[in-house]
Write a protein that binds this ligand. Structure first.
Ligand code: NAD
Length: 297
């Protein structure tokens, strides 16, 4: 790996190339009379969720996927929400279902995620998909770590034996990320809020995945020369007077001096998260048809 001034892993560029391929995949599905369909359930009026959902819908439509938002009032009961999911599970035009998190406090996210049919779970959060990922079986994989792997593959040829340090152990980023890096034959260390001497660990890493949600938390002194650093964090910093700035978990400017490759925020991992969601919808749509083909044979 290079040493010195880091090269930027450009998420926008990588995603743009993937979208070109995905458009062709959708065309091929349409030739088989399959229009991939995505249903996004959003509960309440969380501001950030609104932006994320609109972005997912916009991108899906650009690729030729049918995408629809089901915007449900904040006071909806858990039972009514699960009924809605059941309806979408039984709708053959819907191949992928996601619930935009966070949910209001009176709703248990696990119960709601469990209600999604695993074959339509395009976020890859259902226990069946989590279990399959852990066992190394084909499944719908969580989008953000899947996107991180795609980004890493653009700059690393052989992952075997590399020390990957994942900072964060959430179900949506840290844990599946660790599983995927293990599957690539990395030696994986998972760090979290109780980890002692974090910097001593990160300094031994060939790959650092920062997903703690702490602005500019990874500093230059924590990074080995030549390491590859992916910044998953999305932090909104209040600059006063209603001015906000988005930044990652990595001190980009300083860490760029030692890393070989680094992903920026914005324009990094977030771009791939949406791309992987759309890829999962296409995959789910293709799986449905191959399943039906087998049944009808
Ligand atoms: P989370 O709050 O669920 O998990 C954060 C993790 O960081 C926890 O496991 C915690 O133990 C660990 N952590 C916290 N402080 C730490 C410390 N001082 N040292 C070591 N570990 C520490 O968050 P999440 O959902 O995993 O998201 C993490 C970040 O990634 C957030 O900023 C989130 O906005 C962002 N995110 C970005 C994308 C994307 O598409 N780019 C997708 C999902 C999440």
């Amino acid at each position: 790996m290079n040493e010195g001034s880091a090269r930027v892993i450009n998420g926008r560029e990588i995603a743009a190339n993937l979208y070109q391929e995905m458009k062709k995949d959708v065309e091929r599905l349409k030739e088989r009379h399959i229009l991939p369909g995505l249903a996004i359930i959003r509960v309440g009026n969380d501001y950030a969720s609104g932006i994320y959902v609109n972005n997912k819908i916009k991108r899906s439509l650009e690729i030729g996927i049918h995408a629809k938002q089901y915007h449900i009032e904040e006071t909806v009961s858990q039972a009514a929400l699960i009924d809605k999911i059941e309806t979408l599970n039984n709708d053959s035009k819907v191949h992928g279902i996601i619930i935009q998190l966070p949910l209001p406090r009176h709703i248990d996210p696990f119960s709601v995620i469990h209600a999604i049919h695993p074959a339509k779970d395009v976020d890859g959060f259902h226990p069946i998909n989590v279990g399959k990922l852990t066992l190394g079986e084909p499944c719908l994989q969580p989008c953000t770590p899947q996107g991180c792997i795609v980004m890493l593959e653009t700059v690393i040829k052989d992952f075997a034996g590399l020390h990957a340090v994942v900072i964060g152990r959430s179900n949506i980023v840290g844990r599946p990320m660790s599983t995927m890096l293990l599957a690539k034959n990395c030696t994986v260390t998972i760090c979290h809020s109780y980890t002692k001497n974090l910097a001593d660990i990160t300094r031994t890493a060939d790959i650092i995945i920062a997903a703690a949600g702490k602005p500019k938390f990874i500093t230059k002194d924590m990074v080995k020369k030549g390491a590859v650093v992916l910044d998953v964090g999305i932090n909104r910093i209040n600059l006063g007077d209603d001015n906000y700035m988005m930044c990652g978990d990595v001190d980009f400017k300083e860490v760029s001096r030692v890393a070989s490759y680094i992903s920026p925020v914005p324009g990094g991992v977030g771009q791939l998260t949406v791309a992987m969601l759309i890829k999962n919808v296409i995959k789910a749509a293709s799986m449905t048809r191959s399943f039906l083909d087998k049944v009808n044979r």
